[in-house]
Design a binder for this molecule. Sequence first.
Ligand SMILES: C[S@@+](CC[C@H](N)C(=O)[O-])C[C@H]1O[C@@H](n2cnc3c(N)ncnc32)[C@H](O)[C@@H]1O
Length: 181
Amino acid sequence: MSAYEIVFITVTLLIVASIVWSTLKVGISPMPSSAKAREVIIQLTVNTGTGPIVDLGSGWGSLIIPLAKKYPQRKIVGYEISLTPWLITKLLKTIFSLNNLELYRKDFLQEELSSAEVLICYLYPEGMKTLANKLTLEKNTTRVLISNYFSLPSQQPEKTIQLDDFYKSPIYLYHLNSERE
Ligand SMILES: C[S@@+](CC[C@H](N)C(=O)[O-])C[C@H]1O[C@@H](n2cnc3c(N)ncnc32)[C@H](O)[C@@H]1O
């Protein structure tokens, strides 16, 4: 085996190990939203004001990159704990010169989210419970939450859109707080 092959295999194994580690830590892999889900989510952000849009777990950037391109005057924020997806998104941000995009390799549960106007997530049932608790405790002023596939445990969505896919996947739209209306 050549030195190049050894380096390639080692780097590949490190990347896989880091993705597995972060998946075990947060309970979900960096699987991107489907193209159909992405289209609906982006459409739901239209007419949501001009405040920051925050992706809670931005994965490989498949949502925040198009969002940052769509809204060049709006702050788009991505929190992502997994190193490789976060690095790839950083690279895409640089390639496309997206100065309105802020990327943090942080656990969003430890961050203050109240300045966000729109929150987007694609988590899992337990993650939605934790998020709901955090938003309640923070008395969050966020107006809109868009969730791919998983609903909040104890709140009725304002709108549910069922995708035309095999699973009839739902996209939920919540209005969390109307004080700013
Ligand atoms: C299913 S992916 C969704 C990616 C992207 N939002 C999309 O819809 O294409 C969920 C991502 O959330 C990240 N994640 C989950 N919990 C997190 C947390 N507490 N802090 C930061 N990232 C988190 C995971 O690492 C994963 O990359």
